[in-house]
Design a protein around this ligand. Structure first.
Ligand code: BES
Ligand code: ZN
Length: 651
């Protein structure tokens, strides 16, 4: 098969998907009534993929995947099948089962210059056509793909490739109907260099084989954005019969330590909302360029290596991705306007898992840190050109669905559910959520469906009135939002104030005390000092956030001398500290550390606020732009494009 593809690639003129032969300028803009999803061209109501079989040849030399996407479809009498593509080269389309295929016509939409959705690939078919096969290859514009040179991996000797599909990037590496409203099963035959292992969001091998050929099956229906592939020098460690971690060999023992709570997290989650339905739960630790903390690819969460803090302080991200096995993967947002149904539920669920494992005090600290971020986000959105983005239900037509990836969906969503829980009581709320996951399992939901389920199964039943419309359809944060408190975080706020006002210092304070030892009195030296180990990372994060943005250089230096923030191995803490450093002009002192961090780490959540703070300060703007230009080739397209926007917006 692979030879076959290579033959085609080398011997026929390629159809480049922008504007070459056999493409037309026909616009696939189905009327509102047939549009299942404003972020996909697919005519899903007429014809939809049921099973997708992929044949992929992963070529590291020319950074290209040569593929065939074989769609088995449910055809309700359509005369055209429409697929999404973006940055793909389509060689040909055939109709019919493998072996009996016949080449078909195809039409590709002209690419708009700043198209968000990419292009529609239209294939005229017969009313009874069920099999459509698309022969293609990826290009440099396949933004889902991150091809990493050896020097960007831990081993420094083997290259790496991973994909990031959510929200609408799967269409940049597979031609398909790229909408979360349709669920498909998939299988794949993947050929990779024989010294590398391939893994997918499917049942996975744990060892390499000599041919470099792997077969994958995902037998449960999933949305297209959850199809994922990674190829690298990977080894595996099992935590239990159904859970484990893949990583480059150099990182494996660190992973073993950091993530050993996974089996407990799975039990806690099952205890809360019913059985884990995906057979296996593994984590794959990616290279540093991965633009997210975690991505919930089914059976195989993709995770950022910055989670390896060495003290298990960032495992809530794992709880989050695990929670997606219910909210998101089992019950999926029907469109990206309903994104809060994925992320809000997941943050709520994540906090419940954390509470089960580490207690309410820790869970509340984590929730309050996020609430802090929500407050800032609300202020930002209110001033922005899209103030309606602070509604849970979004209106993202004509915009990039990534615009919906804000703390509104995540934190306002979670606080809506926490408030609801407080109102109806935990027992009733848990029973309701469990039922929700049962009722909609392996289905998609939109906001309206959720609301009617909420009314039927909770509010009416229990004769409770709750103002959910102001949460879902109004801007800002409703008055009735649950109020959390944490004495420990309040203490950190006070510590920040006292330090700022000179009442507290981090230098050791030496005192002497006379003590009676037998008949003698002895002078005993006592050293008092606030140490880093006295508090968890999240408390220090709050401490930094509470410091004034114009803290003196001497005070900044004192902190670094005794608490060593600039040299921390914790990326959350570093981010807070580097933002403050940029705000208060401390960058000349820790420029080297900031630069090293920006060149190593590709997680957008960290890069964005650090770059923003550096760009907004006149004295560091050039440093930010220079650093970005030096290192942008190492970032994933998701992060690179976001920072490019930031640079032009802050001009
Ligand atoms: N599914 C998201 C990541 C995502 C969302 C990618 C939208 C692309 C588009 C993932 O579950 C996530 O939320 N990651 C967070 C984790 C955090 C909230 C614990 C991240 O990466 O920061
Ligand atoms: Zn998430």
């Amino acid at each position: 098969m692979i030879k076959h593809i290579l033959f085609i690639v080398s011997s026929i003129a390629l159809l480049i998907s922008c504007d070459l032969t056999r493409t037309t300028t026909k616009t696939a803009n189905p009327s509102e009534s047939t549009k299942a999803d404003v972020h996909s061209y697919a005519n899903l109501k007429e014809i939809s993929t049921k099973h997708l079989h992929l044949e992929l040849d992963v070529n590291f030399e020319n950074r290209t995947i040569y593929g065939v996407a074989r769609h088995e479809m449910i055809n309700k009498g359509a005369d055209t099948a429409i697929f999404d593509i973006n940055g793909l080269m389509i060689q040909k389309v055939t109709i019919g089962e493998k072996g009996t295929e016949e080449e078909a016509d195809m039409f590709i939409d002209k690419m708009d210059k700043d198209s968000i959705l990419g292009q529609a690939l239209m294939v005229p078919i017969k009313k009874d056509t069920r099999f459509v096969n698309i022969y293609y290859q990826t290009t440099e514009r396949s933004d889902a793909l991150d091809w990493l040179d050896t020097n960007l991996t831990s081993s420094k000797t083997k290259p790496f490739l991973y994909t990031q599909g959510q929200a609408i990037l799967t269409r940049t590496w597979i031609p398909l109907q790229d909408s979360p409203s349709n669920r498909i099963t998939y299988s794949a035959d993947v050929k990779v260099p024989s010294d590398l292992l391939a893994v997918m969001s499917a049942k996975n091998p744990t060892k390499k084989n000599n041919e470099g050929k792997y077969h994958f099956e995902m037998n449960k229906p999933i949305p297209a954005y959850l199809i994922a592939l990674a190829v690298g020098d990977l080894s595996y460690h099992a935590f239990s019969e159904n859970s484990g971690v893949y990583a480059e060999p150099e990182l494996l023992s660190a992973c073993e330590y950091e993530f050993d709570a996974i089996p407990k997290m799975i039990s806690a989650a099952e205890q809360l909302y019913g059985p884990y339905q995906w057979e296996q739960y593994d984590i794959l630790v990616l290279p540093y360029s991965f633009p997210f903390g975690g991505m919930e690819n089914p059976m195989l969460t993709f995770a950022n290596p910055t989670l390896l803090a060495g003290d298990k302080s960032l495992v809530s991200v794992i709880a989050h991705e695990l929670a997606h096995s219910w909210s998101g993967n089992l019950v999926t947002n029907r469109t990206w306007n309903d994104f809060w149904l994925n992320e809000g539920f997941t943050v709520y669920f994540e906090q419940r898992i954390m509470e089960s494992l580490y207690g309410k005090e820790v869970a509340d600290i984590l929730a309050l840190i996020e609430f802090d971020e929500l407050t800032d986000e609300l202020t930002r959105i209110k001033k922005s050109k899209n103030p309606e983005d602070s509604k849970l239900h979004l209106a993202l037509e004509g915009r990039n669905p990534d615009d919906g990836m804000t703390d509104i969906a995540y934190v306002k969503g979670a606080f809506f559910l926490k408030t609801l829980e407080e109102r109806v009581g935990r027992t009733r709320f848990d029973a309701f959520l469990k039922k929700y996951f049962e009722r909609f399992q392996f289905k998609t939901v939109d906001t309206k469906q959720f609301i009617s389920f909420l009314n039927e199964e909770l509010l009416k039943k229990e004769h409770i009135s709750f103002d959910y419309p102001s949460w879902i359809y109004a801007e800002g944060l409703p008055e009735n939002c649950i109020k959390l408190q944490s004495q420990r975080l309040e203490n950190m706020g006070k510590l920040a104030d006292d330090f700022t006002n000179g009442k507290v210092s981090f230098a050791p304070k030496v005192t002497y005390k006379w003590k009676k030892v037998g008949k003698r009195r002895k002078k005993i030296k006592q050293v008092q000092q606030i140490k880093f180990q006295d508090h968890i990372v999240q408390e220090w994060q709050t401490f930094i956030r509470r410091l004034p943005r114009n803290l003196s250089q001497a005070k900044m230096r004192e902190i670094d001398r005794y608490l060593r923030f600039s040299y921390s191995g914790n990326s959350e803490l570093l981010t807070e500290w580097f933002i403050l450093s940029a705000n208060c002009g401390y960058v000349p002192t820790n420029k080297k550390e900031i630069s090293a961090f920006l060149c190593k780490v590709g997680r957008r959540k960290y890069l964005m606020p650090i770059y923003e703070a550096l760009l907004l300060n006149k004295s560091t703007r050039n440093f930010a732009v220079y650093t970005f230009n030096q290192t942008k080739a190492n970032y994933h397209a998701v992060s690179r494009k976001s920072i490019e926007e930031l640079i032009s917006e802050t001009k």
